[in-house]
Design a protein around this ligand. Structure first.
Ligand code: MN
Length: 255
């Protein structure tokens, strides 16, 4: 799929969603991820991974979960532009996907394994590790070959330290961008929390992460909190240093 299908479905004079722009260079083994809670004709979550210069996207009716037993169904949908990731707002009636869109989670992911993300998707079994505000740990998204439409996948949480039995995404139904509920977004109410600075795309590209244990990444004007606390810089932590034009991995130590 390409962004042509995304553009064909939308009239950008009538929707606040972003228009596709020039494709960005493909990241290799890491990228950003985004999850939107979308109250369209049916409430669903949109799960998006930055792979190959676009957002590979799946609609997940029950939402992603940290519970390995749930294995929610995920329908692959058209690629979305990278700029779509931070989108939150209302798609007016009469437009494709009309309804409110909440930025439910975001962060970075690492591809697990030697093959890049596109190759793993082509094979129908993509493994990755998320570092988000709500979602963390190892996941796989697996194509169901024998099903009808050819877009049917399962988004599976793997057993690890981040797995939580019974974890329900609906218990965390607030925006990580503005703190708003779905109803508050629908009503166009102002943000309840200070909007965080948009993450520059260039930040993530050099970040190949050899370590499984990550600590805080600091950036002069921006900070992303990673789930595992780091007692002190050193073993098991990676250090990143920033400039205005990007963030560079300066050291990483596997534990
Ligand atoms: Mn959607």
């Amino acid at each position: 799929m390409s962004l042509a299908e995304y553009a064909k479905k939308r009239d950008f004079r009538r929707t606040p969603e972003p228009e596709p722009s020039a494709a960005e260079p493909a990241p290799s083994h890491s990228g950003r991820f985004f999850v939107q809670r979308h109250n369209a004709s049916h409430l669903h979550y949109d799960f998006r991974l930055e792979i190959g210069g676009t957002l590979k996207s799946w609609a997940v009716p029950k939402g992603p979960t940290l519970d390995p037993a749930k294995k929610p169904f995920a329908a692959m949908v058209e690629d979305h532009p990278v700029d779509y990731g931070d989108f939150e707002g209302n798609i007016p009636k009469g437009n494709y996907g009309a309804g409110s869109v909440m930025l439910w989670d975001r962060g970075i992911f690492e591809i697990i394994g030697e093959e890049d993300g596109l190759a793993q998707i082509a094979r129908g079994d993509l493994k990755f590790r998320l570092h988000g505000e709500k979602l963390n740990g190892t996941f796989a998204i697996v194509f169901m070959k024998s099903r009808g439409k050819g877009n049917e996948w399962l988004l599976i949480k793997k057993q690890d330290a981040d797995a939580k039995a019974g974890w329900d995404p609906e218990a965390f139904a607030y925006s990580i961008k503005t703190g708003r509920t779905q109803e508050e977004i629908t009503a166009d109410l102002p943000a309840k929390t200070q909007p965080k600075k948009k993450v520059p795309a260039s930040i993530w590209r050099p970040c190949r992460v050899p370590s499984r244990r990550l600590c805080r990444i600091s950036f002069p004007r921006w900070e992303h909190r990673l789930p595992r606390s780091c007692p002190k810089a050193g073993a098991g932590c990676m250090k990143l240093s920033g400039t205005a034009s990007g963030l560079w991995l300066t050291s990483a130590t596997a534990r």
